[in-house]
Design a protein around this ligand. Sequence first.
Ligand code: CP
Length: 313
Amino acid sequence: MKRHLISAADLTRDDALLILDTAEELAQVVDRPIKKLPTLRGRTVVNLFFEDSTRTRISFEAAAKRLSADVINFSAKGSSVSKGESLKDTALTLEAMGADAVVIRHGASGAPYRLANWVHGSVVNAGDGTHEHPTQALLDAFTMRRRLGGLEGRQITIVGDILHSRVARSNVLLLHTLGADVTLVAPPTLLPVAVDTWPCTVSYDLDAVIPKTDVIMMLRVQAERMNAAYFPSVREYSRRYGLDARRMGQLPEHALVMHPGPMNRGVEIAAEVADSTRSTIVEQVANGVTVRMAVLYLLLGGSVPANPAEEDS
Ligand code: CP
């Protein structure tokens, strides 16, 4: 594996499978009464969050602590960023505190690449602007693989605000690497200009795609990133691109419903769908911890075993 994880494109098929297999091994720890391993004792992980987060920030913290790393949580709110301190000076300050890995979420696409030039430790992208969110794609792939038994040839449909979605881009890249076929469904206004260069197909007709789908992943309408009217009304968007109980009923029996969160219930996904037995939304959050443990272990752990108890047995 490379030293940093900034894009899903950084991962070869072997790298991605190594992360998923390591996460599977580490998932056994999560089922124990004491959920902690000594693997990263003495290492320091800095969580550097310039944008809000619930799932990603908490799960990176839980992942690092379960591997016994020291964790420093930095939130731009309440820091010297509000006095004008730059990303570079913030990074150098954290570097001086001995960070072995920096997990960064930033509103600017490309910020993790800049950071990687300034720090000696590993950089993990926890979401940069509308660019990428590779660990979300890894936890999504982990969830799909656990539920479906494999990804090769599976039909994955990603629906909604592709234009503003870092989750969509990372998922398309990773799922393609893992042999799945991805279809994006969105109104033309919510597709990036260069989507024809992505390794996937595009459809505007959700009802036509649904019966052939193994996994449907609904994306949040990112109103906070919209500076124009991308669709006539929320009601119209829900009618054409939302997943309600009627549409869920058209999915094959085995199909999964996913959402990276946070959700707009009643917009891209109906509450009864989000809470249904087909939904893996809560499971995705739980899997996020083990997948992020695997990423931190593989970037920082070196030669020590991920799970010493397994080694001894
Ligand atoms: N899926 C995701 O990135 O959620 P948060 O914004 O809560 O971290």
